[in-house]
Design a protein around this ligand. Structure first.
Ligand SMILES: [Cu+2]
Length: 173
């Protein structure tokens, strides 16, 4: 005769195991949701009202190393959010290309960066390592009142023609 001994699993132990299993499921779920949100944000960042998004990209519709869009129209009080879709870029105001009284701004390499634009005019910015390759952009807030002054600024390499095209575009209503 074989004696079968049922392994005595205490109901309490079973419940504890189940709880810790559920907990790990929840953690996995939360991590997954966060990862998906980050992936979505990278693919197509969503702007909130009164916010404009400019992506820093290794490759965009107009070529390599670009701010996308390169020209952003905004209203006083809006926020411009620079998103590091690709790494290795920064956002730095170009001297002489800001409305009077606006302090120069500078983001960190590879980091998201946000500025609130309160004064009308054009705001020229560049990516430090790719300035000469034409990685520049323009924000036009309200009327481009400092357009003539901004057009006087000289730029290296391809930035010269990119800024000339952006300023011409900014001049149109
Ligand atoms: Cu860059």
């Amino acid at each position: 005769m074989i004696e079968v001994t049922a392994s005595p699993l205490e109901p309490e132990t079973v419940q504890k195991d189940l709880m810790s299993f559920m907990k790990s499921l929840m953690i996995v779920g939360a991590v997954l949701a966060t990862t998906q949100a980050i992936a979505r944000e990278r693919a197509a960042p969503q702007a909130t009202p009164h916010e404009r998004i400019v992506q820093m990209r290794n490759r965009g519709a107009s070529g390599f190393f670009v701010f996308e869009p390169s020209l952003t129209r905004a209203m006083p009080g809006d926020t411009i959010r620079f998103v590091p879709t690709d790494m290795g870029h920064d956002v730095v105001a170009v001297p002489g290309m800001l409305p009077a009284g606006v302090a120069p701004f500078k983001g960190e390499m590879g980091q998201a960066f946000t500025i609130k634009v309160t004064k009308s005019g054009v705001y020229g910015f560049k990516c430090t390592p790719h300035y000469a390759m034409g990685m520049v952009g323009l924000i036009v807030v309200g009327k481009p009142i400092n357009l003539a002054a901004a057009a006087q600024v000289d730029h290296p390499g391809k930035a010269k023609q990119v800024f000339a095209a952006l300023l011409a575009q900014a001049a149109k209503p």
